[in-house]
Design a protein around this ligand. Structure first.
Ligand code: KG4
Ligand code: ZN
Length: 341
């Protein structure tokens, strides 16, 4: 089955062609980062309008790269939520219009299920069951995964998502959007041990997270340094490192707990923050205790992309699922509501 996948949940237009027999045939992405950077974050209306502009040229591009024509496509998969409603509607309308014109089925895909399954596109995919740490700009969740659509939420963030914490912290230190890669870059030059930040909610049992206090702690530290006349680049790097280590340690502690609780020794990390090298290293080291393995996607498939939507959609379409012709998207959509395959 050849599936055309469309991703438009936020500030990236992603398009890909995935074939159930031959694997990923083509994938293209237009990132709107430059468009939103001047505003310090995503402006939803600008995002929607830009998706409209990019979608059809990207579809033409992947078809040409894969040497395919519309007649070869068996089904469409698009992100139906969670995400920005206007942005989601662009992908949904486009997918439904093409499905009608080409007389093929379309299926709305859950964005976080797309992230969760992205490591399946790699050479050594994880096998079920496993624990998944979903860390994106909008979500921080620990999930027990027994199969596609068999999701048990073990814990999640009570406030900011991990990626959101990176973005907000970066912004208040005067760094560019998106903050995750910026903080990671500065942290490489940071002095270990100069600042010690708290590891929120690790001193009590449970698998919940809270990252908003860490942001305030960072702001206070940065302001105290500035008040003392120190606003050097080195200090910024030292704070970036302390912040990143606090997030990485916190995520590692909770993942260790989730593995102990479930008795599993296989961990999947997915979503934009799973591109973070320090996080990957820390989790790989921790999995040594369990004689287990960490799985993640290549960096381009950790952040938003069309390939993960084409892949996740293909699995469900193969099982016979598809939408009716209504154009329906959901800004909020708990992943546990998805049907099991
Ligand atoms: O999964 P994603 O592309 O979009 C959502 O579904 O939200 O994740 C974007 C998030 C942003 O918050 C960004 O700052 C963060 O992922 N991110 C990173 C890194 N690369 C992207 N955070 C930490 N380190 C990175 N290398
Ligand atoms: Zn995402």
């Amino acid at each position: 089955m050849l599936v055309l996948g469309l991703e438009t949940s936020c500030d990236e237009t992603g398009v890909a062609l995935y074939d159930s027999e031959r694997g990923l045939l083509a994938d293209a992405l237009f990132s709107q980062i430059d468009l939103h950077r001047v505003y310090g974050g995503v402006v939803p209306e600008l995002a929607s309008r830009d998706h409209v502009k990019r979608m059809l040229p990207l579809i033409r591009q992947v078809l040409a790269e894969a040497h395919c024509t519309p007649a070869d496509i068996d089904a469409l998969a698009y992100t139906a939520g969670p995400g920005l409603v206007g942005a989601l509607l662009v992908g949904a309308s486009c997918a439904q219009a093409l499905a009608l014109a080409w007389d093929i089925p379309a299926l709305g895909v859950h964005h976080m299920e797309g992230h969760l399954l992205a490591p399946m596109l790699e050479e050594q995919p994880p096998a079920f069951p496993f624990v998944a740490l979903l860390v994106s700009g909008g979500h921080t969740q620990l999930v027990r995964v027994d199969g596609i659509g068999q999701y048990q939420l073990l814990g999640e963030s009570l406030d900011d998502a991990a990626g959101e914490a990176f973005d907000k912290t970066a912004k208040l230190m005067g760094l560019q959007y998106p903050g995750g890669p910026e903080i990671a870059r500065l942290a490489q030059q940071g002095t270990p041990g100069r600042f010690k930040f708290p590891r929120p909610m690790t001193d009590r049992p449970g698998l919940e997270f809270s990252f908003s206090g860490l942001k305030t702690f960072t702001l206070n530290t940065w302001q105290a340094c500035q008040a003392a006349g120190d606003n050097s680049e080195q200090t910024r790097c030292d704070i970036a490192l302390a912040f990143q280590q606090a997030v990485v340690d916190t995520l590692t502690i909770k993942c260790r707990r989730a593995l102990k609780q479930t008795g599993l020794n296989s961990l999947v990390i997915a979503g934009g923050v799973s591109a973070n090298q320090a996080l990957r290293q820390s989790l790989e080291h921790m999995l040594g205790e369990f004689k287990g393995q960490v799985f993640y996607a290549r960096p381009a498939f950790c952040t938003d992309n069309g390939a993960m939507i084409a892949y996740a959609g293909c699995q469900r379409l193969l099982a016979g699922q598809h939408d009716d012709l209504a154009i329906k998207v959901q800004a909020r959509w708990p992943m546990e509501q998805l049907p099991a395959l």
